[in-house]
Write a protein that binds this ligand. Structure first.
Ligand code: NAD
Ligand code: IPM
Ligand code: MN
Length: 355
């Protein structure tokens, strides 16, 4: 049966990078036998403008019934003042929660051709291949109570709740170890157990799962602040990095800069086996470059590459697409973020040429 992909272009550079991703999909369909229905729906600010909400219930239901969902990005200054519960980013959090995509795989790989585009020295990043497994449906992003209250003296307090249950930590820990099994067998678990009780529980649960199921594999506990430093000092010491929702968000942006540009890093948000995955470039809507044809489409195109691998059962096509991106970079294709002058579409062309 032909599988279905739902695209959610979103805001800012989101539609620009998804447009190139769809061109790539069309070539895979025409030239490489991919069978795929592609649908699209409004998301984020674009959906607020049209419907008053960042995502419609019908879109959430559709996202749960297709094989995979790919988004561009949401948010931007235009929607800075909408009510907090309907801001574009709230729509994204709702979608992740509704799809229950709790494990966010964020690979940070340095393409050989880009070792000099990194903010770190060539030898520190050459051959870098690390994988963040970021918990995506819990922690401080969703914890209650949260809010801003006015105190008697008229001053305010703002608060969020960093909260994790045993079950939430267990399921994402299994994902990290199962992935590491197919790599070098090493997991580094990052938290702040020295300060946070949710971090202390995180460490306890990860230790227990390691002991019960994966005792032949290597587990290191690294305090998240030290991990940030180690990522810049010597990123290749890591393999799989298991993190909570907030540390994973922050450290994967850091890892992006190490690989050359945030315009390169894809992600796959996965839930229970057999359920639809949500594929997202890790970058945002980049309001500073939106509409200027400057966006690098590679993060979005590689997010589709992950969809081929993890949701569409097309690993061979995923390999082909990855090789095409790698070859285009080898041939010198560079958008502005990588020091070049190709437009978004010209980068799409360079990849399509390799396909
Ligand atoms: P951002 O990732 O949008 O941009 C950070 C910097 O990286 C900017 O200078 C931008 O020009 C550059 N950049 C990002 N993607 C690029 C690409 N593909 N090619 C070239 N350069 C690129 O982060 P921000 O500016 O902090 O956030 C802007 C908006 O996006 C905010 O509203 C934020 O909430 C939202 N956001 C959304 C997502 C998402 O939808 N998944 C992710 C992150 C941020
Ligand atoms: C990301 C983004 C999102 C996050 C925002 C837009 C909700 O920064 O996917 O990295 O914080 O998870
Ligand atoms: Mn982020």
């Amino acid at each position: 049966m032909t599988k279905t992909l739902l695209t959610l272009p979103g805001d800012g550079i989101g539609p620009e990078v998804i447009e190139q991703t769809i061109r790539v999909i069309d070539v895979l369909k025409e030239k490489h036998g991919l069978q795929l229905n592609v649908e699209s729906a409004l998301f984020g600010g674009a959906c607020i403008d049209a419907n008053g909400v960042p995502i419609e219930n019908s879109t959430i239901e559709r996202a749960k019934s297709v094989n995979a969902v790919i988004m561009g990005a949401v948010g931007g200054p235009k929607w800075a003042n909408v009510a907090r519960d309907i801001r574009p980013e709230a729509g994204l959090l709702n979608l992740r929660k509704a799809m229950d995509v709790f494990a966010n795989l964020r690979p940070a790989i340095c393409f050989p051709a880009l070792a000099d585009a990194s903010s770190l020295k060539h030898n520190l990043v050459e051959g870098l291949d690390i994988m963040f497994v970021r918990e995506l449906c819990g922690g401080v992003y969703f914890g209650k109570p949260k809010g801003i209250d006015i105190l008697e003296d008229g001053s305010k307090i703002g608060y969020d709740n960093a909260i994790y249950s045993t079950g939430e930590i267990e399921r994402v820990t299994h994902v990290a170890f199962e992935l590491a099994k197919k790599r070098t067998g090493r997991v580094a678990s990052l938290e702040k157990s020295n300060v946070m009780d949710s971090g202390l529980l995180w460490r306890e649960v990860v230790t227990k799962i390691h002991k019960e199921y994966y005792s032949d594999m290597q587990l290191d506990h690294v305090l998240a602040d030290n991990a940030a430093m180690q990522l810049v000092r010597d990123p290749k010491q890591f393999d799989v990095l298991l993190t909570d929702n907030l540390f994973g968000d922050i450290l994967s942006d850091l890892a992006a800069a190490i690989t050359g540009s945030i315009g390169l890093l894809p992600s796959a948000a996965l839930g229970k086996k057999g359920e639809a995955g949500l594929y997202e470039p890790i970058h945002g809507s980049a309001p500073d470059i939106a509409g200027k044809a400057l966006a690098n489409p590679i993060a979005a195109i590689l997010s589709f590459e992950m969809a081929l691998r993890y949701s569409l059962d097309e690993a061979a096509l995923a390999d082909k697409l990855y090789a095409a991106v790698s070859k285009a970079l080898e041939n010198g294709a560079r958008t502005k973020d990588l020091g070049g002058n190709l437009s978004t579409k010209e980068m799409g062309d360079a990849i399509i040429e390799q396909l």
